[in-house]
Design a protein around this ligand. Sequence first.
Ligand SMILES: *[C@@H]1O[C@H](CO)[C@@H](O)[C@H](O)[C@H]1NC(C)=O
Length: 354
Amino acid sequence: PERRKKKNRAAAAIATADRGREAMGAAVAEWTVAAVLLQVAGLSLFLYGFFPVKPTLPGFSGAESYRAPSCGPVGCGEGPALPPDQLRSLYRELSEVPHVYDRLVLMVIDGLPAEFVLGRGGKPPAREMMESMPYTQSLLAGCRAVGYHAKAAPPTVTMPRLKAMVSGAIGGFLDVALNFNTQAFLDDNILDQLHTIGYKLVMLGDETWIKLFPTLFYRQDGVSSFYVKDTVEVDFNVSRHLESELAAKDWDALILHYLGLDHVGHIGGRQSNLMTPKLKEMDDVIRRIHAAVTSIQDNSHRTLLVVVSDHGMTEVGNHGGSSYEETDSLALFIGHSVESSHCSPYDQKEALQV
Ligand SMILES: *[C@@H]1O[C@H](CO)[C@@H](O)[C@H](O)[C@H]1NC(C)=O
């Protein structure tokens, strides 16, 4: 009987130990599940915050935007679609904004920091920079141009920046991942609006524009942004059309997108030996455009020249982030309406580029 009692006690002890191990196993499993769930929740929170799904209203706004919403017997605000020229004059009437220009030249210099043209902290740029862009600097000093530090919202990468500029809405970081696989842009934007009122648009340069707007342009010549090592042909391919396009009177908006300066940055950073010649080249393009558009003095071709950069670059020529160097982009307006007798061109004037 003694031995049996001992055996029983041993068996009971083993059973208790087993039960203990089981309970511990269950607890470990529970903790593991909890930890995994916590990880999943954390990851979702990160993805949701970092790649927010941007809700956009579908479709394009029209003349009804100027009227209070009303539902009459005919329907809800949906008038008949007007032909482009009628829509154009209707907009002019409704907006009550005086009609100052007939045409637009939008010159995008990829990656140009505003600092190179407008200086920093209220001081003019370094002498070397001033001498690299003599014509632009003479326009600024002569109060014939107005420049802004146009703060770009990150991600400071070309495709999301272009979308932001044309639509007025900030893109998400998901756009960076999709930067190489660009699809047609379907949100409401100023280019489609110009097209709707019958503007003829010509596009030369970075083919990202053509990928975003595959059927919009009246004439186009896209330049591949794939060859980052090339700083010459990407810009030559744009400038080779300048003479004929500036002589042509059939377009209403001309978009030029020069990639070379960004490529110079990627190769050698801000201090690259290629930077000064590239700035001179850009300055010369500005001079040519300005000379051409001011020589046409009739009242139906008054032209506004806007020189912008989509983002800046760091000291070593990178971009994408939110540092001052990367977000400090240029917006320079050149046209008869901005000319004045007094100005302080190197005051730090800032504007949000969206
Ligand atoms: C420049 O144009 C030429 C001739 O049209 C073309 O072969 C070349 O690929 C273009 N270069 C770039 C960088 O797009």
